[in-house]
Design a protein around this ligand. Structure first.
Ligand SMILES: [Zn+2]
Length: 335
């Protein structure tokens, strides 16, 4: 057994001096600083994790602010989602259809989400043209953070992995018509049948019309599908006419260049038929696929003025009874 004796005054003073020396020691100071930094960082990470658990960050992203839309104005937004597609039809009464959802990468989805929050459509339907990731990758984020009212898939392929119990789903095939307010409508021209092989050519291709302005958006179709449509047009120029809804391929105003301006799409004969005034190319800067191909850009450029999302960012076309215009950024954005 050891007896602990009280320190003498001299020993107590020595102990105090040692403690003061340790505190002044640079190694000791650095050690304490490290402990404090690690503790604060751990607490911050935990706090962030807790906040995200309670309300995911995606729900916090601020909305973009757009200029007010006219009562009879339709806007078509070619949203810049890098290498991919996301095109929003914003109909006159605020009902909307989003064609494709981008690739789902954080940056692109953040932009798409802020965009949708800014537009704040009265209702939102989503059309997936096909399953390629640059078109469908953002759907799961959308389902989580901006659930649409309905989803449409092409009538070819398996889309069960995208389905949720509470959102109605339907399948698009030839001559199905999606209607918007103000008399706007979009006719599905492809896929042709449910028996087709799943590839880019079974992308949902849409002819959109409002007032006297028409658009063609073909997803990732190639010149093979363009030739099929051309052949039909040669047999009967009235490709589709239900009385209420018509398709006139001979002269569309705005073409969304299929497959991001791939050289295998936008064939010369196809462009001669459509003779668009404007061609929009949705692609990412310096993308790995080399989109758009210089040959396709040259062909498109012989017929139309080209607008590219990799150069201009978001491209918005406004349509009214008077015609259409490509909106300048200052016209579109409040902030
Ligand atoms: Zn694509």
């Amino acid at each position: 057994m050891r007896i602990k004796k009280p320190l003498t005054a001299e020993e107590a003073q020595k102990k105090r001096n040692d403690a003061i020396r340790r505190k002044k020691d640079p190694d000791h100071k650095a050690f304490v600083r490290r402990i404090v930094t690690v503790s604060v960082s751990a607490a911050a990470v935990f706090a962030v994790w807790m906040c995200n658990y309670i309300a995911p960050f995606r729900t916090w992203v601020p909305a973009y602010r757009f200029s007010a839309r006219g009562a009879d104005e339709l806007r078509v937004h070619f949203i810049d989602v890098g290498q991919g597609d996301a095109t929003l039809f914003e109909f006159p009464e605020g009902d909307s259809i989003l064609i494709d959802t981008g690739d789902g990468s954080f940056e692109n989805e953040d932009h798409l989400l802020r965009y949708l929050k800014g537009v704040a459509p009265k209702s939102l339907s989503v059309v997936l043209t096909h399953t390629d990731y640059d078109h469908s990758g953002g759907l799961s984020h959308l389902l989580e953070y901006y659930p649409p009212d309905a989803i449409y898939f092409p009538a070819v392929g398996d889309f069960t992995c995208y389905q949720t119990a509470d959102i109605p789903v339907d399948y698009l095939s030839r001559y199905d018509v999606l209607t918007g307010s103000g008399g706007a409508y979009a006719v599905c021209l492809s896929p042709y049948s449910t028996e087709e092989k799943t590839d880019n050519d079974v992308s949902v291709a849409l002819y959109l019309r409002y007032q006297n302005t028409s658009f063609f958006l073909g997803g990732d179709i190639s010149s093979v599908r363009e030739r099929l449509l051309l052949r039909e047009y040669a047999l009967d120029e009235t490709l589709f006419d239900s009385g209420e809804y018509t398709v006139r391929l001979g002269g569309v105003d705005i073409l969304k260049a299929s497959h991001h301006g791939s050289s295998y799409s936008s064939a010369e004969e196809w462009l001669s038929l459509l003779s668009p005034e404007i061609a929009v190319i949705s692609c990412g800067a310096d993308n790995a696929y080399g989109h758009p191909a210089s040959e396709a850009v040259a062909r498109l450029g012989r017929h139309a003025d080209i607008y590219r999302t990799d150069e201009l960012g978001d491209i918005v076309i406004s349509v009214t009874a008077e015609g259409y215009s490509v909106m300048a950024k200052e016209e579109l954005w409040i902030s």
